[in-house]
Design a protein around this ligand. Sequence first.
Ligand code: PLP
Length: 260
Amino acid sequence: MNKTRKLLSIAGSDPSGGAGIQADLKTFSAFGCYGMAAITALTAQNTRGVVAAFPVAPDIVAAQIAAVMADIPPDAVKIGMVATPEIAAAIAGALGAAPRNVVLDPVLIPTQGASLAAAGLERALMTTLLPLARLVTPNIFEASALSETPLARTTDQMIAQGRMLVDAGAKAALVKGGDLSGEPVDVLVADGETRLFHGRRVATRHTHGTGCALSSAIAAGLAKGEPLIDAIAAAKVWLEGALEAADGLELGEGRGPPNH
Ligand code: PLP
């Protein structure tokens, strides 16, 4: 019998189902894994954008994580929206002796609507959660905010920012270049080495929650024991397929999620 692979998402709720824990749980299922979720924040949002975000009290976040860790230790943990520095500290405390496969998607600002991060969250992510991460997966805006350097315009600048995140304690950094023009290139910095992942741009506006889905898909690969590079490559192929099918989902008036 196959071993059940268990994943815990620590993230915010998107009631419209496109991003956050809802996207993470769908992704875990798509990869044949068992999904669990500890909620850091409730948001009010739809395909038109984030209307409001309501962080959960840090001790309630910690209690959810502790309950899961005590009974169903996950094979991988994905951390998404953290919302406040206090919740970052609560997550680090509750995870305890760091689980092996932590993927940190440093959610700060949504593509549309209200901010998902309180003041000081960038610092808290850098000092408290980055050292737990086997992989951190910022887009160029998040990489710039975390590294406190200007927005990258070139692959070399993305590599430099990835190095700063590794120097700050992450085992590896995948800086995603999809927001730059042209064919998308993501850079992986790990163990002093750099690797480029060349993607394919899919013509769709339905990209809501793609960062959530990608980081969860990578975490699922790691939970199965895949090498990091293989997990990233497989996650990207899967996400491109979901983006290609996105226009088939008829949801709302704004930016819907990819179809996975
Ligand atoms: N809402 C939640 C709870 C999220 O975690 C995220 C993203 O990471 C978003 C919204 C924003 O999604 P996007 O910018 O992809 O539309």
